[in-house]
Design a protein around this ligand. Structure first.
Ligand code: ATP
Ligand code: MG
Length: 561
């Protein structure tokens, strides 16, 4: 195997692999896998694991499998399988023909179980779930052996076969490994290997009514696929001795398990159980709601795969848990969109402006730069006419000191257009401002000063007659506190839901956006990055999601460092 060691970032997992390669362990093979359970949509935490596993395979000319860990039929669905396939692919990774399902190994797992029973290393237990729990003991008290622990091999084999044949009710028996009820590691106190569950499986149908427990199945799956480095999150560290025990007793191929810290993000819950709750109880509009930390939510929000991969690279890999500031993720998408997103003008809260000295029924096409960061992006034409919309925020009747935008008697620059001066403010019967009157300086065409006189403010605008109405969804954080899953004060995470996480406005965008394709991304000048909604935007009615505002708190933090 050839590796380019100079390009390999140093983290403790890659150090282990480098060492293994130096020792020609596994004949120099590097084979990883990403093993999601299809019981929910993937989230940004999974992206960390995906980038790590597929990234390592790519870096070392190795392989990475996509494997569905589908051993629990009660929570798994085909919809989740499809979404996971779509999301991993969208992130930019490929598994060739190595798409596997744990359920394809059920027969082999059963044979392994029979092998352990025959070796006197597993037994059928008739204790109830509650009794098993009670007998297990605690960290400070020893476990107690089940009265069924010393059944003969013949009786165990007979009972296991009958469990499989469907003779017994759910929960009436389990197959357990016979290890050590006094082990200080609770995972080794005769863990369950099979449970009885008369349930339809999304792939095996009603073929099975016993299903392997996660701890029994997971190590076997990695072994069957000849995985070299079985990378998982820290909570499985204490399970490693059990996986080792199973594989040693079976004499099976032995992958090396390496644990790393899972991703936690501020203002975000990442547990699939909690995300499912948000979906099922209607706090969000589905798994791909743009406020969700799911890959599909981030995609719909306007995130690019590149920005997510960059984020995963920057957070790195560690051995201790920590929480990453969500501002870093937001910084990564701003940085990417700054390079690639075309600039356009859109007005979210329109205020009508009539330019009194501009000829009626005249229309001009003015040049606008598509992307100052990308010289190849060129220019486009933007129509200008007598009536325009500007942002309500860009006008103040009584401007405070540092307000440099439009105010009565004040001159500002309309981006790419002209200097205008406000001459009159029109209000309705409630005193609300409904319209401004301005004059323009024809000599300032293109927004250039005709005589060296300066204006302090430049504002964006759209031509009222030519702009397209659009629904714009403005998102804020779904959760209002930095550590919503912390539970320090015992509060349910839902009590931290931000009631203002979605505001919908009707705005106007420049006509170049007519027919914009779903998921196309733009910078609305001065406002932020926006993306055409993939579900609800149509030719007749454009719908935009705000990906992120322009303000970058992380860039400021970086500057200070
Ligand atoms: P569950 O509680 O349903 O098992 P899970 O988040 O562990 O939830 P899996 O489908 O088992 O979901 O995860 C697939 C892979 O993604 C696992 O290898 C897991 O370690 C990894 N993973 C899950 N969450 C994170 C996270 N927050 N950070 C890094 N990796 C994660
Ligand atoms: Mg898991």
């Amino acid at each position: 195997m050839t590796t380019n060691e100079s390009s390999i970032p140093t983290d403790f997992i890659r150090n282990i692999i480098n060492e293994d390669l130096r020792n020609n362990k596994n004949d120099g093979r590097v084979h990883t896998r990403f093993p999601p359970e299809p019981n929910g949509y993937l989230h940004i935490g999974h992206a960390k694991s995906i980038c790590l596993n597929f990234g390592i395979a790519a870096q070392y000319n190795g392989l990475c499998n996509l494997r569905f860990d589908d051993t629990n039929p009660s929570k798994e669905e085909e919809e989740y399988v499809q979404s996971i396939i779509e999301d991993v692919r969208w992130l930019g990774f490929d598994w060739d023909d190595r798409l596997f399902y744990a359920s394809d190994y059920f027969e082999q797992m059963y044979e392994y179980a029979v092998q352990l029973v025959k070796a006197g290393k597993a037994y059928v237990d008739d204790l109830s779930a509650d009794e098993i729990k009670e007998y297990r003991g605690t960290l400070t008290s020893l476990g107690k052996e089940s009265p069924y622990r010393n059944r003969s091999v013949e009786e165990n084999l007979d009972l296991l076969e009958r469990m499989r044949a469907g003779e017994f009710e759910n929960g009436s028996r389990v197959l357990r490994a016979k290890i050590d009820m006094s082990s200080p590691n609770l995972n080794l106190r005769d863990p369950a290997m099979y449970r009885i569950l008369h349930a339809e499986h999304h792939r095996t149908g009603d073929k099975w009514c016993i299903y392997p427990m996660y701890d029994w199945a997971h190590g076997l799956e990695d072994s069957i696929e000849m995985i070299t480095h079985s990378i998982c999150t820290l909570e499985f560290e204490d399970h490693r001795p059990l996986y080792d025990w199973f594989l040693d007793e079976l004499g099976a191929y032995h992958p090396q398990q390496i644990e790393f810290a899972r991703l936690n993000l501020t203002y975000t819950v990442m547990s699939k159980r909690k995300l499912l709750q948000l979906v099922e109880e209607g706090y969000v509009n589905g798994w791909d709601d743009p406020r969700m930390p799911t890959i599909s939510g981030l995609r719909r929000r306007g995130y690019t795969p590149e920005s997510i991969r960059t984020f995963c690279e920057r957070i790195g890999i560690a051995k201790t848990d920590s929480t990453i500031d969500i501002a870093l993720l937001e910084h990564c998408i701003r940085e990417d969109l700054n390079k690639r997103a075309p600039r356009v003008m859109g007005v979210l809260r329109p205020l009508r402006v009539v330019i009194d000295n501009y000829p009626e029924n005249e229309k001009e096409e003015l040049d606008a730069i598509n992307n100052p960061e990308d010289p190849d992006a060129g220019i486009r034409k933007v129509p200008f006419s007598r009536v325009i919309y500007i942002e309500q925020d860009d006008f103040r009747e009584d401007p405070p000191k540092k307000f440099f935008r439009l105010a009565p008697g004040r001159e500002v620059r309309l981006r790419y257009a002209y200097f205008i001066t406000c001459t009159d403010v029109v209000k309705d019967e409630h005193g609300e401002i409904v319209e401004l009157h301005c004059t323009y300086d024809p000599a300032s065409r293109g927004g250039n000063s005709p005589d060296g006189r300066k204006v302090k403010g430049t504002i964006h605008w759209v031509s009222a007659d030519h702009a397209i109405e659009a629904e714009v969804r403005l998102y804020d954080r779904l959760l209002a506190v930095a550590n919503p899953a912390g539970d320090e004060n015992g509060k349910d995470f839902k009590s931290y839901l931000n009631p203002d996480s979605l505001e919908t406005v009707t705005g106007y965008v420049e006509p170049s956006l007519a027919g914009a394709a779903p998921l196309s991304r733009y910078q609305f000048e001065r406002l932020g990055y926006f993306c055409v909604d993939s579900q609800d935007s149509t030719k007749e009615k454009l719908v935009f999601n705000r990906t992120i505002t322009l303000r970058d708190s992380w860039a400021k933090i970086e500057q200070k460092l």
